[in-house]
Design a protein. Sequence first.
Length: 242
Amino acid sequence: MSVIVSVVAENTSRVIDIQDITPDMIKKQIDAVFEDIEVDAVKIGMLSTPACMQAVAEKLLEYNPANVVIDPVMYAKNGCPLMEPTAVDKLIKVIIPLADVLTPNIPETEKIADMRITSVADMEAAAKKICAMGCKTVVVKGGHASGNALDVLYDGKDFYHLETPRIDTKNTHGTGCTFSSAIASQLANGLSIKDAVQKAKSYVTIAIKHSLAIGKGNGPTHHFYELYRHGLRAPESEVDKM
């Protein structure tokens, strides 16, 4: 189930306008979810204002859900800011400590860690610095770097590198959102954080490889490529009954 925190008028080329939802309505939406269903994982994306962040933080503390994955979205694909500059401090103080997994890209990591990133060693140093802010695991995404697509996972103790060949395509709209959502989905299925991130990495790589050339700008990833190729697979018990 979804909670809408901001309505964005956006296409493959640009962000036209943003309309934030009031903090009170955000809280009511969260209540509507938690009072009705058992929540196995939470994925949080764009939080544009300090007031929005405060509303979300209060409800997360109230309901204390497991498997909170936070993608600290700051910019749209075309570079348009999606988070108020004054909100970064609030992000660090009240949102990051609630994350089981935080998935910043390199520009977001630089902003949060307040350091320049030009190497894998820098990614590791930044991940360690951000983890000290209170989250359990940080995955610094290397999509903005050159070479292979290398992500650095730090769980507060060990570093893990997740590397796949870089796919030459402009159609990467929504890759970060897809990745964090896939992690949350796999955590809800009971996987460990490391295994969930690895599986999400494989999934998003396939989605990028088979991305869709839609619109005049950066087209979307193909979320359902495997389903499109293979079709629905009935559980084995149902197949046996046919």
